[in-house]
Ligand binder design. Structure first.
Ligand SMILES: [Zn+2]
Length: 451
């Protein structure tokens, strides 16, 4: 059946410019964890370089990575085996950089990702003294226009609170961890990783190359999988499992800094999938509409298909932009809106099934995929039509010059503003609850105190 592939390839065209689910994971993570006793009351930890951790625990890491490989082969719908040459083998005589590179190649993350010692402060706290680190020493991606991240240096052996490590690390997978891992990407390592060619998006653009690790389409119609099997070639579950089990190993072996940091990294992939635009192909649209649009395109009328691609991109970007701006403003003003209250509330944490290896797919992304229509309705009802209903307009390139939140404030009716805010608050409530449930699962398996 060839009805869908070309539509889907185009639908994925937009991920080239938008690979981040939430504008900034750090800020919602600070709010989601700041009152969780397991984090707020955790002892400060001693900073340790990745090289030190790997040297100290090399045989245990070799064993864990073998277990991860067996888990992935048994549990993922699609999983290309790790090439034998990349398997991590303990070798105490090699130098630290060689060991670090071998570890990253075995995890199949970008070997040039520095794993620098740094933190991103909570914008509600005073700015730390001293100079921030250069962007490129932490993040291998180009600086994005309009996004101001400050990375502050940490030194080995200094002490830092668990919340800062966890929240900083929850942003980390968007900093270059998953870049150019496919055989058709412009990198040496992509040729040997064994992931094959990039399943969707533009293989020459870095942000696009990370998308299949940060999106997962687990709840589409069976017709979609039949027609376009490549949509199953995504790996957020793999990443979540890899970093969660590394976190457990680090906690168990007395490396709490890496315990919290790997836990934060694992959390990122789960948090991405709380965003309907990362958990479904075309939020709010049924498969019948998608097929209909594609049939028209195949008959020489591509307008509706091209329009849908632009509209999906614009709505996704507008949602992220609105949420990130609102939360940054609230942070500067030390103000709690329903977004912050919802992130912090632990009322619903216990209403979900127990944490498991497939919670991300069966609970988190199922819930987000089901929320597509509601969020699209809230966006359309409150945001200026020029940005979210006009396929002639391309939001991405102009996003840094658009004062979206101010325009919504001035022009939307109070009912539609309320609808938008409560729809985003609900998604962020899920972000908080699932992040904490994942952490509880990790701490339980690590024999860390649950309070
Ligand atoms: Zn991401």
């Amino acid at each position: 059946m060839k009805i869908l592939p070309s539509l889907l390839i185009l639908v994925f065209g937009w991920v080239a410019q938008s690979a981040m689910a939430w504008g900034d994971h750090r800020l919602p993570s600070y709010r989601a964890f700041e009152r969780m006793p397991e984090v707020a009351q955790a002892a400060p930890v001693k900073v340790e370089s990745l090289q030190e951790f790997l040297r100290a625990e090399e045989p245990a890491i070799e064993k864990l990575l073998l277990q991860q490989e067996a888990w992935a082969a048994a549990n993922l719908t699609y999983y290309p085996a790790l090439p034998a040459a990349l398997a991590f083998k303990a070798n105490p005589s090699r130098d630290e950089e060689a060991r670090k590179k071998a570890f990253q190649m075995a995890l199949r993350v970008a070997p040039n990702y520095p794993f620098a010692l740094y933190f991103q402060p909570d914008p509600r706290m005073p700015r730390p003294a001293g100079a921030a680190l250069p962007h490129a020493s932490v993040n291998t991606l180009p600086v994005s226009a309009g996004v101001a991240f400050s990375y502050f240096p940490l030194k080995a052996n200094e002490s830092i609170d668990a919340l800062s490590v966890l929240a900083t690390a929850s942003e980390e997978p968007d900093n270059g961890v998953d870049i150019n891992l496919w055989s058709d990407n412009p990198s040496e390592w992509g040729k040997v990783m064994g992931f094959g060619s990039q399943p969707f998006g533009n293989p020459s653009l870095p942000y696009s190359s990370q998308s299949p690790f940060h999106m997962g389409f687990y709840h589409e119609s069976p017709v979609v999988y039949q027609a376009a099997g490549f949509v199953t070639r995504t790996f957020p579950l793999l990443r979540q499992h890899q970093f969660a089990t590394l976190s457990i190993l680090a906690f168990r072996t007395g490396h709490p800094y890496w315990g919290w940091r790997f836990a934060g990294m694992a959390m990122h992939y789960l948090q991405d999938l709380t965003q309907p635009f990362h958990a479904s192909l075309s939020p709010g649209d049924g498969v019948t509409k998608m097929i209909g649009i594609n049939v028209l395109a195949m008959a020489g009328l591509p307008k509706w298909k091209d329009d849908l691609v632009i509209l999906l991109s614009n709505r996704h970007l507008a949602l992220e932009s609105y949420q990130a701006t609102a939360m940054r403003r609230n942070a500067v003003l030390q103000r709690d809106s329903s977004l912050e209250l919802s992130l912090r509330s632990m009322d619903r944490d216990g209403t979900y099934p127990a944490w498991s290896d497939t919670y991300v797919r069966d609970v988190v992304s199922a819930q987000a995929a089901a929320k597509g229509a509601t969020i699209v309705q809230a966006i359309l009802g409150s945001m200026p039509k020029a940005y979210v209903s006009d396929p002639q307009f391309d939001f991405g390139p102009q996003s840094s010059t658009i004062a979206l939140n101010d325009e919504v404030e001035q022009s939307a009716s109070s009912g539609s503003k309320q609808h938008l805010e409560s729809a985003i608050a609900e998604l962020l409530g899920n972000f908080g609850a699932h992040s904490r449930n994942a952490l509880r699962g990790i701490l339980k398996a690590s024999h860390q105190p649950l309070r």
